[in-house]
Design a protein around this ligand. Structure first.
Ligand SMILES: C[C@](O)(CO)[C@H](O)COP(=O)(O)OP(=O)(O)OC[C@H]1O[C@@H](n2ccc(N)nc2=O)[C@H](O)[C@@H]1O
Ligand SMILES: Nc1ncnc2c1ncn2[C@@H]1O[C@H](COP(=O)(O)OP(=O)(O)OP(=O)(O)O)[C@@H](O)[C@H]1O
Length: 271
């Protein structure tokens, strides 16, 4: 069974509190972003689950999130072992949630492949134990998130008529490092109200609290965002903890002349 695991963007991100467990409370809006990995699961008849990766090289981590997702479900449900084929296309260290999406898609695929009938609320809860961004990808619909990012409320927001270009500079930002350099504060605006404004107003009202510190450390990312506005973006922002910056346009645009900033991702259609 195969799935296209998409990326996400954060529309606004306010970091409001540092918790005793080291995590931060935040307020953000998650939206699916049409850049995709491909995840395929095949029952292998073996006594172990294997992962085969291709595409972008994934930096070493003790366990790939796909394997973590399998092991998590195996603890709770009697499922056979599988081979996981992951074609990695979503850039890493980008703030686009690629690893989290892969993990959530593995949970959803296992649920479907083995007809487990796990309710979405339970899948979201399990996903949230793998990573704060994972829960969103279970339903994968625009959502307002609070807490550490796992308390989700669906919102009515459709960006499909716009053209969203994402540029990923050759800078890898670790999420933990980005959080460590932010001082939590009260949100500067009401995100749910701001997102109801005409889209051309968003730039005056919707902020990402990571930008200040990251822009100071990496001026290229600041300059990239400014350049995207000069190119006519209606709204541009860094996604999550960066380093990717997305820009929303009214119409399709060609930004190939900005390739010195990084890799350019135009929207992809899969279905
Ligand atoms: C920046 C965002 O992408 C915005 O959506 C997310 O908050 C990051 O979520 P994520 O990558 O799934 O994060 P996790 O893998 O759960 O955590 C990585 C590290 O980020 C920090 N972290 C993450 C989420 C959060 N709400 N507060 C945190 O302080 C913690 O130091 C944690 O050890
Ligand atoms: N399937 C996967 N895809 C990508 N990275 C993975 C995967 N599984 C484990 N990882 C590890 O996670 C790290 C990337 O996480 P990191 O939070 O820095 O970046 P990100 O993918 O941009 O995510 P986010 O948007 O949630 O911040 C990689 O360095 C890698 O070691």
């Amino acid at each position: 069974m195969i799935a296209f695991a998409n990326a996400k963007l954060n529309l606004g991100l306010y970091i409001t509190n540092k918790r005793a467990d080291g995590y931060h409370d935040l307020e953000t809006i998650f939206c699916p972003l049409p850049i995709y990995d491909v995840v395929e699961l095949v029952e292998n008849g073996l006594q172990e689950t294997r992962l085969f990766t291709s595409g972008i090289e994934i930096p070493y981590s003790a366990d790939n999130l796909c394997i973590k997702a399998f092991k998590l479900l195996k603890q709770h449900y009697d499922i056979p072992y599988v081979d996981i084929y992951l074609y990695k296309n979503i850039p890493i260290g980008a703030g686009l949630g690629g690893g989290s999406s892969d993990a959530a898609y593995v949970l959803n695929l296992l649920n479907n492949l083995f007809s487990l009938a796990i309710p979405v609320e339970e899948l979201e809860r399990l996903a949230g134990t793998l990573g704060a961004d994972c829960s969103f990808f279970i339903q994968n619909k625009p959502a307002y998130a609070v807490g550490i990012g796992t308390t989700l409320s669906p919102i009515d927001l459709d960006l499909s008529s716009y053209y969203i270009v994402t540029i990923k500079p050759d800078i890898h930002i670790s999420t933990a490092e980005a959080y460590a350099s932010v001082t939590p504060k009260e949100p500067q605006s009401n995100l749910l109200r701001a997102v109801q404004l005409p889209i051309q107003e968003w730039k005056y009202h919707i902020r990402n609290d990571f930008e200040e510190g990251i822009f100071e450390k990496y001026p290229l990312i600041k300059s990239l965002k400014e350049t995207l506005y000069e190119e006519g973006a209606i709204y541009a922002a860094m996604s999550g903890s960066g380093s990717a910056v997305y820009a929303i346009f009214w119409e399709p645009v060609n930004l190939d002349h900005l390739s010195h900033f990084g890799t350019i991702y135009y929207p992809t259609k899969t279905h």
